[in-house]
Design a binder for this molecule. Structure first.
Ligand SMILES: NC(=O)c1ccc[n+]([C@@H]2O[C@H](COP(=O)([O-])OP(=O)(O)OC[C@H]3O[C@@H](n4cnc5c(N)ncnc54)[C@H](OP(=O)(O)O)[C@@H]3O)[C@@H](O)[C@H]2O)c1
Length: 278
């Protein structure tokens, strides 16, 4: 056997980076470098904590040293297109790149921010694959979103415009990313990744209530409500995200997980049954 493939994950402690690090570190043929702006937070066994910050380009060469493949968690900031271009310039030309983008990234037209980030990857002359996932199921557990608040509040505030969302388990995104990073056949592919079914928000709340054993009701909010407390780029990104929810962008269901991994995507009920929501 040849030497292990070295893979750098930016955003290793995030919602997709963490499950991907676990999948990759279980393999003997992969050496996993886990990038974080605070490497002391990188605690997955078998993962090498690696200093990586979008604010410190001086560290990028060391973080990408000898790396065969790069899992790139898009930084949600206005200068992401330029940052991604610069990072890829700092990587060896043979590096394979898998970008985490988002479903219906083209919604804002070719000059929108999300397509420009993707274009930075396409233009890099590296082998690339783009992942376009739907909303993550893990927003229900991440304390930066709804995590820990649902049972107490008894409600799921969300501006759906009456549309459904095909929630995706980030474990399934990670399983697709693993293949794209290590197997042939994904170069130049755009994988739109969703859960197995589009769920209305009332149905989503009902599944959360079942899992918690406590009442949870969907409360329809306005996009303005969702923007409260945000400003600048975050405000614009949030506005465009809910515009896409209202346009039904996240209601499209794809078979990507099954096609790429050979097993079906996990549904929300199944995810919740295996998850501690408290
Ligand atoms: N959330 C969704 O439903 C969704 C859906 C589609 C696409 N996306 C896209 O996916 C990308 C990642 O978004 P995300 O929301 O899933 O973020 P995330 O990957 O969970 O976190 C992003 C980064 O925030 C930092 N961070 C700060 N506090 C943290 C904490 N308490 N726990 C974990 N990480 C923390 C970490 O970087 P450091 O370690 O360097 O601090 C982490 O890598 C974004 O480009 C987003 O637009 C998200």
């Amino acid at each position: 056997m040849g030497r292990a493939a070295r893979v750098l994950l930016t955003g290793v402690r995030g919602k997709t980076g963490d499950p991907l690090a676990r999948l990759l570190s279980a393999r003997e043929d992969v050496e996993v470098w886990g990038g974080s702006s605070d490497p002391t937070t990188v605690t997955v066994p078998g993962v090498r904590p690696t200093a990586f910050s979008w604010d410190e380009p001086a560290g990028w060469r060391a973080a990408t040293e000898g790396v065969d493949a790069l899992y790139l968690v898009r930084p949600d900031r206005a200068d992401a297109p330029e940052l991604v271009s610069s990072l890829l310039e700092a990587t060896a030309p043979a590096t394979r790149v898998v970008l985490l983008s988002e479903q219906d990234a083209d919604h804002t037209g070719p000059d929108g921010w999300a397509p420009r980030v993707e274009r930075a990857v396409r233009a890099s002359e590296r082998d690339w694959t783009i992942l376009r996932p739907s909303w993550f199921m893990q927003v229900f557990t991440d304390p930066r979103f709804y995590g820990g608040r649902l049972a107490e509040s008894g409600e799921l505030p969300y501006s759906s415009g009456g549309r459904s969302v095909a929630w995706i388990d980030t474990g399934d995104i990670a399983a697709v990313a693993e293949r794209a990073l290590l197997e042939e056949g994904h170069t130049g592919q755009v994988h739109e990744i969703t859960g197995p079914e589009a769920l209305s928000l009332p149905r989503t709340a009902a599944l959360l209530a079942d899992a918690l054993g406590a009442p949870v009701a969907h409360r329809e909010t306005t996009v303005e409500d969702e923007l409260a407390g945000t400003d600048g780029f975050e405000r614009e990104l949030t506005r465009v995200t809910f515009e896409r929810v209202h346009a039904g962008s996240f209601a499209t269901v794809t078979d990507t997980v099954a096609r790429v991994t050979g097993r079906p995507a996990r549904g929300l009920a199944e995810f919740l049954a295996a998850t501690d929501l408290a």
